[in-house]
Design a protein around this ligand. Structure first.
Ligand SMILES: [Zn+2]
Length: 279
């Protein structure tokens, strides 16, 4: 486990890491040769020919409110595919959050950049039903992302994304934001699409036009995406994804990727990605 903190003017962001692993770069739409020449990639972001990725939860404490973001998203194939171990994984993550000072019950709002699997948005009960993972939190996702999810049919015998999200919706805890909304004061959503319908990035700071930090969602599965250009194998609309990514990177603000391994963030400066925090 690891805990990394970024202190902003009016907010404290904390990454609680469960596990960091090396993954096939194909899972992020890349080949090893795409990042072979990037000299800042080792040791944090790549391991030989593989990318490093993290299963983590980011939190923000802002003006007495606690937000969580994209909890352990996109890790279902590893953490939730085996019914025999799935519940012990969610219990282990819940316990990790307690010892890290981020008890599930302390979260007021769960903010999603998009819907991709279940992650730790929902708790799988022993009887097979689903409850909110964060029992006191409202879940918010962009209106077009929710619309896209609601338009799809249940697929196959085991469609946990479908079952879990419909359970949350039926329990009345899911609401939506639109492009430009402040999800809370100091956190502005920009609906970028490009990765999937309604995908969003989140800007932190009191000045909406000059954010201190931006959470990039899945526009960059790894920081190496900041240097590898358009990624058509990852995004249906690679030009729009690259344009949003470049715009967020160019002024040296803190960039955060929910799937990045510890420390989970950094700044793009002088054509190099400088990890922060820890620094
Ligand atoms: Zn995604």
């Amino acid at each position: 486990m690891s805990v990394d903190t970024v202190v902003l003017q009016d907010a404290t962001l904390t990454r609680v890491g469960y596990i960091d692993v090396a993954i096939d770069p194909a899972a992020a739409g890349l080949l090893a040769e795409d990042f072979a020449d990037i000299d800042w990639r080792e040791p944090l972001w790549t391991e030989g020919d593989q990318l490093r990725a993290g299963a983590a939860v980011w939190f923000a404490d802002i003006d007495g409110q606690r937000l969580a973001f994209d909890p352990v998203q996109a890790a279902d194939p590893v953490l939730r595919s085996d019914p025999d171990t799935e519940r012990s994984q969610q219990t282990a993550i819940a316990e990790l959050l307690v010892v890290s000072g981020f008890d599930r019950a302390s979260v007021d709002v769960l903010v999603m950049t998009h819907i991709e699997g279940v992650g730790m948005c929902a708790w799988h009960n022993d009887d097979g039903s689903w409850s909110p993972f964060f029992p006191n939190a409202n879940v918010i996702v962009s209106a077009p992302a929710l619309e896209s999810f609601l338009a799809r049919e249940r697929v196959g015998d085991l469609d946990i994304e479908y079952d879990a999200w419909h359970a949350l919706i039926d329990q009345g805890v899911v609401s939506t934001y639109v492009d430009g909304d402040s999800v809370v004061d100091g956190v502005r959503a920009q609906v970028t699409g490009a990765h999937c319908p309604g995908h969003s990035i989140l800007h932190f700071g009191p000045d909406a036009y000059s954010p201190e930090a931006t959470m990039l969602g899945h526009l960059a599965i790894s920081p190496v995406h900041l240097a590898t250009g358009e990624c058509p194998l990852q995004h249906p609309d690679p030009a729009t994804a690259w344009s949003a990514l470049s715009a967020a990177a160019e002024d040296g603000r803190i960039l955060i990727g929910p799937l990045w391994p510890a420390p989970g963030g950094g700044r793009w400066m002088n054509n190099e990605f400088i990890a922060t925090p820890g620094a």
